[in-house]
Design a protein around this ligand. Sequence first.
Ligand code: ATP
Ligand code: MG
Length: 425
Amino acid sequence: MSKIQSIRGMHSILPDETPMWQWLESKVRAITYRYGYQEVRLPILEPVALFERAVGESTDIVSKEMYNFLDKSGEHITLRPEGTSGCVRAVVENNMCYNTTQRLWYQGPMFRYERPQKGRLRQFTQFGVETFGMPGADIDAELIYMAWDIFKVLNVDRFIRLEINSLGTLPERKEHRKELVSWFNQHRDVLDEDSLRRLESNPLRILDSKNPDMQTMIEEAPRLLDFLGEESREHFDTLRTLLDNAGIQYVVNPRLVRGLDYYTRTVFEWITDELGSQGTVCGGGRYDGLVELFSDKKLPASGFAIGIERLLLLIQTTGGDSNIHHSPDIVVTYEQQEDNIEALLLANTLRQHLPTKKVFSDFSGSRLKRQHSNALKSGCRYIVTLNADRRLGLWDLVGNRHETLRLEEIWKTINAAGKTAFQTE
Ligand code: ATP
Ligand code: MG
């Protein structure tokens, strides 16, 4: 029989990994709650036109990476490659910013047809935050504080650094672009093929190039920061002060760009050196020009997105996953196979009286000895045994104590011992 395998770059998340995901998700969720952000759940399928307009046809995402198809009625549909576009669409479609601001978050799968490698998948998960209606550096700083809190509770803050930059406004960028294009034209001999193409479509992106032969030329290129007008400069200075006040360290990277016209002012990335070349864990910034592509109103906006798989890889690489597991607290075992119904009821009674404990019954049909060795492997704290003579045994693996007890003594003893193994918060 021919094997059917999962699509390249699209993975199942198996039970030995889900505890990590759940742990991370519960931490992230708690932070969104504390900052007063509300969840939105957006469609996974969207019209192709949404991304052509919002992300832009000159980008790698739209020109190369989208999973497009025609549905049965001939509509051009795609699997969403990122979250911001759908979120903006939902905000405009539902008039969510009428006389109010919005702070939103989402999490879910994104799809890009890229070359799969460590930290780069074809189906991956983003946690994203988008805010609407707030033009100042204050909200940009709040977003960065929030991302920083996430990295702190996940214990990866030591392994990650913040880079920031300002892209100014469109007119400021146009001035800079003229100078930049003329600089690149003077150095055409150094430009690689990709960059020559970008010189026409998106010269700012050339600054992003990793080609070692182009680095000196790029270092010396005209800097966008020198073209900022007074308001943009003030916005950037305020952001820097707000980060300094919060004790958040950063470097200003004048080469940090997002190649699209609707980006304005603040851009930032959180980067780690622990994951090789897929080191960008979070990217974000301000996109004051995006909403007006969908509506006749202008609406300032800013946000960020974290790649969850990269964040999990970082947690694993730096050893932060060693305490995250889902052992049961109590395993119920039984000596005689015909007592299986009794054992089922016994487990239920224990759950009722010990509402925070995880209780697991062994229905494998194995002999008692095998049940015990499986329970020991599971990492549980207690083994409760229903013996052939109907007496109940409690084995506390921490104190290595065996006792024969009545049912209510079992849950009272366990309760008295307090918090046991891993408990999800
Ligand atoms: P990269 O430069 O690594 O390709 P990007 O600029 O395409 O990233 P964004 O579109 O800003 O990434 O997406 C935000 C985050 O989503 C990235 O910082 C990264 O953590 C994650 N991400 C993007 N593409 C992938 C992918 N193919 N697989 C896994 N994670 C991804
Ligand atoms: Mg990419």
